[in-house]
Ligand binder design. Structure first.
Ligand SMILES: [Zn+2]
Length: 221
């Protein structure tokens, strides 16, 4: 079991249901959009199916695929966006969970060709750092994996041009929280620009924040 909390398949199915509902309620997965996945073991993933509201999803609806995206188990069809998830797992052995959604403000940034690349608030520097923008790719095609590839090794959150966002983590909770933060940072950036000329953090301030983050992580161990 690779999940850092060593959760069983039953627990991971419940987690997928829980975080799907939370993301739906946040307005990040309207209709049947968005998808989540988690590693079951070295060779299998548990993934949300295509065409089901994330509010109505049940544990039994999940699909098991291998790392090539081939259907192994489950009565539903896997999401057509599974290749996006596979690309992240392929490049990142440390990743156990992936979330893809369409948070409205972050997606609006992605629609005007902007990543979240200004370090405006301390939280941005302490959490995700720069959230880059991957080039345009048609959803459900291999183009998506290719567009993400340059960014996956160094980023846990990436915007997809004219589409949405993808986040990853060592647990579903972590991947979910990163998606929450992406939208939060997008909201701050939007309002800061509406209010006037935002003041980005200076080089020295960013260094101090990086040091503080290192201390925080050491204390958390
Ligand atoms: Zn999508």
């Amino acid at each position: 079991m690779l999940d850092s909390e060593c959760r069983t398949e039953v627990e991971l199915r419940r987690d997928l249901v829980r975080f799907s509902r939370l993301l739906y309620r946040l307005g990040f997965m309207p209709g049947t959009s968005g998808n989540l996945s988690v590693r079951l073991d070295d060779s299998r993933l548990l993934v949300t199916p295509t065409g089901v509201s994330k509010f109505l999803l049940r544990s039994a609806d999940m699909v098991i695929v291998d790392l090539q995206g081939r259907h192994l188990d489950g009565y539903r069809k896997v999401t057509s966006e599974v290749s996006m998830h596979l690309a992240v797992y392929r490049h990142r052995n440390d990743v156990t969970a992936v979330v893809h959604s369409h948070p409205p403000i972050a997606t609006a940034f992605a629609c005007v060709g902007r990543g979240l690349d200004e370090m405006l608030c301390q939280e941005a520097a302490m959490t995700l750092g720069v959230v880059p923008l991957a080039t345009y790719a048609t959803t459900g095609t291999e183009e998506v994996a290719a567009s993400l590839a340059p960014f996956i090794p160094d980023h846990d959150a990436i915007l997809l041009a004219n589409h949405g966002a993808v986040t990853c983590g060592t647990t579903l909770l972590e991947a979910f929280q990163k998606m929450e933060i992406v939208e939060h940072l997008a909201n701050i950036a939007l309002v800061a620009h509406q209010l006037g000329a935002p003041r980005t953090l200076k080089h020295e301030q960013l260094k101090q924040l990086r040091d503080a983050k290192t201390r925080y992580l050491q204390n958390a161990l």
